[in-house]
Design a protein around this ligand. Sequence first.
Ligand SMILES: Nc1ncnc2c1ncn2[C@@H]1O[C@H](COP(=O)(O)OP(=O)(O)OP(=O)(O)O)[C@@H](O)[C@H]1O
Ligand SMILES: Nc1ncnc2c1ncn2[C@@H]1O[C@H](COP(=O)(O)OP(=O)(O)OP(=O)(O)O)[C@@H](O)[C@H]1O
Ligand SMILES: [Mg+2]
Ligand SMILES: [Mg+2]
Lengths: 160, 160, 165, 165
Amino acid sequence: TRELFMDTFNNVAEHFDYMFKRLFGGGRTELVLTDPSNLLETGVEVIVQPPGKKLQNLLLLSGGERALTASALLFSLLMVRPSPFVMFDEVDAPLDDSNVERFAEVLREFSKDSQFIVVTHNRATMEAADTLYGVTMQEPGVSKLISVRLTDEAERKKTG
Amino acid sequence: TRELFMDTFNNVAEHFDYMFKRLFGGGRTELVLTDPSNLLETGVEVIVQPPGKKLQNLLLLSGGERALTASALLFSLLMVRPSPFVMFDEVDAPLDDSNVERFAEVLREFSKDSQFIVVTHNRATMEAADTLYGVTMQEPGVSKLISVRLTDEAERKKTG
Amino acid sequence: MHIKRLEIQGFKTFADRTELDLTSGITAVVGPNGSGKSNIADAIAWVLGEQNVRNLRGAKSQDVIFAGSDKRKPLGMAEVSLTIDNTCGTLPLDYSEITVTRRIYRSGDSEYLINKTQCRLKDIYELLLDTGMGRDAYSMVSQGEIDAILSVKSEDRRTLIEEAA
Amino acid sequence: MHIKRLEIQGFKTFADRTELDLTSGITAVVGPNGSGKSNIADAIAWVLGEQNVRNLRGAKSQDVIFAGSDKRKPLGMAEVSLTIDNTCGTLPLDYSEITVTRRIYRSGDSEYLINKTQCRLKDIYELLLDTGMGRDAYSMVSQGEIDAILSVKSEDRRTLIEEAA
Ligand SMILES: Nc1ncnc2c1ncn2[C@@H]1O[C@H](COP(=O)(O)OP(=O)(O)OP(=O)(O)O)[C@@H](O)[C@H]1O
Ligand SMILES: Nc1ncnc2c1ncn2[C@@H]1O[C@H](COP(=O)(O)OP(=O)(O)OP(=O)(O)O)[C@@H](O)[C@H]1O
Ligand SMILES: [Mg+2]
Ligand SMILES: [Mg+2]
């Protein structure tokens, strides 16, 4: 229905702005319907302004800024309609040290209500994890799981 | 001409196999013409087998394996037809520590004959560099170049 | 509701039976290039019902079965089981623990099971339907997909919003 | 033959005149997300004659001119100069040092110069033609492009081989 879509859209726009400001430490965003009269076929434009910069086309953003903006959008969708289980495969790959710290902080917060599996090469993200699985290939072509580290907190979560 | 293309093709195939083995520490490759009778329109298939694994479709390779395979192809083209100047922007981003070490070693070798500018977040690649430029944005929206580190070798290269 | 355990056997590089015990909160999967991390992500998407083999980086459905290595022969079957803690009663089945299993054979034949009882893929979809588990594009993000979220046609972004409604 | 110096002014985030002195060998450019590293790569591609504004992440050609920030007004022009050491005599001009300059104004007007003398873009292309500088797809790899090298249609890969011939 038109009303349900508009409510969701406004909800996502609001949470996207909030998440963007948290991940970028400021700035502003807008989500714009390209055809508000036709909600079944409209597009959704994403317009963002990182702190201190000018409002510009998404195309001009850097690789890291795009990844951070996209994760702000993902997190905003998860705020509007939580999922019990979320999987991110190297979503933090293009982020520099200070951005990945903020990303890990947001991840920790969301993990209170949802279960996350994240594949990562990034130390800050690893440190945010409750459980760590290492995958190795000592025998070529065959995966082997090793070195599980459970924090005390995770032990407690596991046994319920 | 047919002969020039075939010579180049065979040359690239041979160097690609050499570079792949150097970057992966083994394995094998093949470049295959999809339509050898029509060299103006033929495609070129890339088939690779990382060490110890089975020969499989490129699609199934991991993110890091694809980046390493692609850089093997790039380096093989540079061997066949060197360029005085090469620019790589975050080509090493998906590589793990041991792969990026081998990548950096190959980069150092090629840099004896070609000038490289590489944008990177990776420590091993930075350490292979002769000159280091840091780009910062202390004033939001405005880039500023800082902290140039020239090795003695680079000082010597500069003054000719 | 959360995933308690993932069991993988014969799926891609997991030639040997492998078990991951998962907690609520964050589980990080780490390791060198090509070791099998994204293959674990694929195993989860697959057991939750992913039918588009391109989303699993394959060309045909049997591409998920361990194809062999230098030293090992190919296997004849891939199997993944996912065990969900249902003490919260979110899933519409009267069990505190629910295990979903998917198998595929070299012939292309598939089997689906819920708590060791054969069922259809459709039953697995219906079981998980209201939870959004594995079905919402924004809850399962593959490697390299994050950039696409901003590059997609602006109509595809509307679909993301519709999914969140 | 190598690049001695790159001067950037008014190009994207380089509102203030910036100079990079380059050695032969490897120059690494590092820094936080969004600081301007890829913009330097774009500046080099642009001064070497890149005409496809999409390859510079823009929508129209004036998008490369500094658009302003919170505290600064937009500028009216972007200029990049590349100085090449030609003591080896590789470039067909009788100078040991050759500077190529490109400018664009808000109006869309462009200027091209070789050693401070106005010329056409075509002259810059011809100057660099035999060196392959900046023209071969495999010598200038943008951010995110590495994966595309393997994903391109198999005919595009033939083009890579043709370029190397
Ligand atoms: N059916 C199969 N049988 C055997 N090996 C397979 C099969 N399918 C995929 N592989 C192998 O799995 C490997 C890729 O694994 P995966 O994508 O999980 O790596 P990864 O740990 O995510 O690495 P990266 O850090 O580079 O992303 C490839 O080497 C591929 O050949
Ligand atoms: N014409 C312009 N005027 C002002 N700012 C611009 C202009 N064009 C691009 N930018 C800004 O440049 C920034 C991107 O810079 P760049 O791509 O060089 O970052 P980067 O250092 O490569 O970062 P990353 O590590 O994330 O790839 C964006 O914030 C964008 O808004
Ligand atoms: Mg992976
Ligand atoms: Mg960049």
